[in-house]
Design a protein around this ligand. Structure first.
Ligand code: FES
Length: 158
C-alpha cells in the first residue's frame, strides 16, 4: 500500500476528534458515538468534587462548581454515579438512572424542556421525567429517592 493511500485510508477511518487533534485542534471529547451530553462538567477529566458516597446514598453539594451545569441548564448527566439529575425548581430535584431502558446507553442523553422528557439519541427513544409515565419503549426511566437539606441533595439509589 502506498504511503499516500495509507494516510488517506487512516484519515477516513479515524474519528473526527482525533483527526482534528492531529491538526492541532484541541481534543475535547472522546470518540464515543452519541456522546451528546458533554456539558455535564467543566473539567477535562472525569474527576469531580462536591459529592460523597455512603452506601447507596450520594450526597451532592449543589453549590459546588461541578454541579453548576445542573443549576444553569436544569439537568446533568452525573456520570461518576451513573445518574441523571433534574432541577424542577429551587426546592425540587429528581434523580434517575442514566442507563437507557432500551439498550443501556449512558451517555447519549439530552432533555426536552417542552415535553419534559429525557431523550436518548442512541436510538431516539424518550422517557417522561415524572417517574411514572412509560416512554417510547413502554419502560419508565427508573427514578431514585431524593431529599434536599439546604444546598445538599441526597439521592438514594434503589
Ligand atoms: S439505548 Fe437509548 S434509545 Fe436505545
Amino acid at each position: 500500500m502506498k504511503d499516500k493511500y495509507k494516510r488517506r485510508h487512516f484519515l477516513e477511518n479515524v474519528c473526527p476528534q482525533v483527526a482534528l487533534a492531529m491538526f492541532g485542534v484541541t481534543l475535547v471529547e472522546a470518540c464515543s458515538k452519541g456522546d451528546d451530553d458533554s456539558g455535564t462538567y467543566s473539567g477535562t477529566s472525569d474527576e469531580i468534587t462536591g459529592y460523597t458516597v455512603n452506601g447507596n446514598s450520594v450526597s451532592i453539594d449543589l453549590d459546588d462548581t461541578s454541579f453548576s451545569t445542573l443549576q444553569s441548564r436544569g439537568w446533568m448527566n452525573f456520570r461518576q454515579q451513573n445518574m441523571l439529575l433534574l432541577k424542577l425548581n429551587d426546592t425540587t430535584y429528581r434523580a434517575f438512572t442514566n442507563s437507557c431502558p432500551h439498550a443501556g446507553s449512558r451517555n447519549a442523553w439530552s432533555y426536552n424542556d417542552t415535553q419534559e422528557r429525557f431523550v436518548c439519541s442512541s436510538h431516539n427513544n424518550s422517557y417522561p421525567s415524572d417517574c411514572s409515565t412509560p416512554g417510547t419503549t413502554d419502560d419508565v426511566l427508573e427514578c431514585y429517592d431524593t431529599s434536599l437539606m439546604g444546598s445538599t441533595l441526597t439521592v438514594t439509589k434503589s
